[in-house]
Design a protein around this ligand. Structure first.
Ligand code: CA
Length: 145
């Protein structure tokens, strides 16, 4: 999920991530971002800090207080080093100072997603689903995987 109130940056980043194969939920304010982050399950959250409504740092803090350990990358404006440090202290996994290249965000997301155990996907089919009946009725069953 991406939370960024500057539409231009937001749509650029969202398009860039989509082009790289990510499916992106894009929120433009902190309250919507918080709601999405707590009601849905994401592989990663990209949070701008300065947002209308809840700030990125407040969202991050509430997520971590709620034991939500979704990987978070915060986006900070140039010079907001206090925010960056606070973000990392609050449990952000990485940060990117603006301006940044979408490619860099993609690289960091991939890195973060590699270092966390993937959320359990749909259960793989039990092994017997892969067994194929090859005998004729009445013949003794034989199986091929
Ligand atoms: Ca902003």
């Amino acid at each position: 999920m991406l939370v960024e109130d500057e539409t231009e940056i937001g749509s650029l980043v969202s398009d860039g991530l989509t082009a790289e194969g990510f499916s992106v939920d894009y929120c433009e304010d902190g309250d919507a971002g918080m709601e999405h982050a707590t009601t849905k399950s994401y592989d990663a959250v990209v949070l701008d800090i300065m947002l209308p409504g809840k700030s990125g740092l407040e969202i991050l803090k509430q997520l971590r207080e709620g034991q939500n350990n979704v990987p978070v990358i915060i986006i900070t404006a140039r010079g907001e080093s206090d925010d960056r440090i606070e973000g990392l202290n609050l449990g952000a996994d990485d940060y990117l100072p603006k301006p940044f290249f979408v490619e860099e965000l993609v690289a960091r997301l991939r890195d973060i997603l590699r270092s966390v155990p993937m959320a359990p996907g749909p259960a793989s089919p039990p092994i017997w689903w892969m067994l194929k009946w090859t005998g004729k009725p009445g013949a003794s069953p034989s199986c091929a995987i």
